[in-house]
Design a protein around this ligand. Structure first.
Ligand code: NAI
Ligand code: KPL
Length: 351
């Protein structure tokens, strides 16, 4: 099979995730860490990219502001929040040639916006399994044990698959990469993780630990996952990252089986209990977050296929209220979640 080499690589958006991936890549080969602020570019240039948490390392890097980019890149590893697509995608286009490839590592279904600018053949996706928390400019905390961290990788079209082997080799400088010829399935599997863990922890106002340490929150997370699976199934998408069978994990219909789902959630993600979800990090900084691209997608696709999504609806509403300041960011909203669980269980009659 024809493969494509990438000489000039840029990490577009070296924040929580990008600092860490940038550090691993820069240990072995050329990569530019592209950021939006001068303070961050200066901190990275002066101090290097510093990884703390599950791994400790500091690596000298080449960093610059997006507006200081020169020439063109062969590959962008795209790690800006979807809320900043409107600025970042045109900036990448200005520094692209006809064969530039964009690999988006964002959450949600981010290939749609990227491919409108770069074509489907030149857009590939790499959902990220691991968590990272920005500590200060140039410093990020890896919150997932490195041996549990992986990327999934797929192209939007068969023609785009020629880019995958070399992108895989670049991402493997950090951790395992699972490739698939079904990118949509990889995306929805990641959306399960995000709706369950990122959505629930942000709505209840804490790190992943707050979900694991409160039965009502863990139970809410189980309902979020079950709804998300029902929506995926109604949309006709198949799923699969590695060996996990989310349809089985989130299938329950009794007290006993919901307890099993809650235990499974705990076992799967308790290793990342110190993770502050990416949406929560935005709320803590007073920014809007990606909820419409995460739990909001489940709500939208659910409406299209007439699947009810009461728990995802609640999470979207709470997170929007936290963005607007009508609910404090750290509020647990326990009463709202307990009332929603009671409503779902009464409506289902079985539970
Ligand atoms: N943080 C996490 O644990 C995870 C995040 N994700 C996803 O990865 C993506 C990135 O997330 P984070 O790293 O958490 O975001 P972040 O907000 O920490 O980092 C993004 C960086 O992009 C910079 N930026 C914004 N506009 C820019 C522009 N025009 N040009 C260059 N840089 C620009 C920001 O200043 C920021 O430093 C999101 O879609 C998120 O959902 C996926 C898995 C885990
Ligand atoms: C769940 C997590 C931390 C990755 O595993 C993530 O994607 C996020 O917080 O946005």
């Amino acid at each position: 099979m024809e493969t494509v080499e990438f000489e000039r690589i840029g990490i577009m958006g070296a924040g929580s995730l990008g600092i860490i991936l940038g550090a691993y890549i820069a240990e072995k080969r050329q990569v530019d860490l592209i950021v939006s602020s001068k303070a961050t570019a200066d901190a990275l240039t002066t101090n290097g990219a510093r990884v703390v948490g599950k791994v400790n390392k500091t690596v000298p890097v080449h960093a610059l502001r997006a507006k200081d980019m020169e020439g063109t890149y062969d590959l962008f590893l795209y790690m800006v929040k979807q809320t900043a697509n409107g600025t970042a995608i045109p900036q990448m286009l200005d520094h692209s040639h006809d064969n530039t490839v964009v690999c988006t590592l964002q959450n949600g279904l981010p290939e749609l916006a990227v491919s409108e600018a770069f074509s489907q053949d030149r857009t590939v996706g790499a959902p990220v399994s691991w968590g990272a928390t920005a500590i200060e400019p140039g410093v990020s905390m890896l919150t997932t044990p490195i041996n549990e961290a992986y990327f999934a990788l797929g192209s939007m079209t068969p023609r785009g698959s020629k880019y995958l082997p070399n992108i895989q080799a670049i991402l493997e400088l950090m951790c395992t990469v699972h490739t698939s010829d079904n990118l949509l399935s990889l995306r929805w599997s990641k959306l399960v993780i995000n709706t369950v863990m990122t959505g629930t922890s942000t709505a209840i106002g804490g790190s992943f630990a707050k979900v694991f340490d409160n039965d009502w929150a863990l139970k809410s997370a189980a309902y979020v996952g079950r709804e998300t699976i029902e929506v995926i199934s109604a949309s006709g998408t198949s799923m699969g990252i590695g060996e996990l069978d989310f349809s089985k994990i989130f299938s329950f219909d009794s007290d006993e089986t919901i307890s099993k789902t809650m235990k499974n959630i705990y076992n799967l993600w308790n290793g990342s209990r110190q993770a502050e979800a990416s949406m929560r990090q935005d709320l803590l900084k007073g920014r809007k977050c990606e909820v419409d691209s995460i739990n909001g997608i489940v709500v939208d696709v659910g409406k299209k296929h007439e699947v009810l999504t009461p728990m995802n609806d609640l999470i979207v509403d709470i997170i929007h209220a936290k963005e607007a300041g009508t609910i404090p960011v750290n509020a647990s909203c326990k009463a709202l979640f307990e009332a929603k669980i009671a409503e779902i269980e009464t409506a289902s009659k079985v539970r």
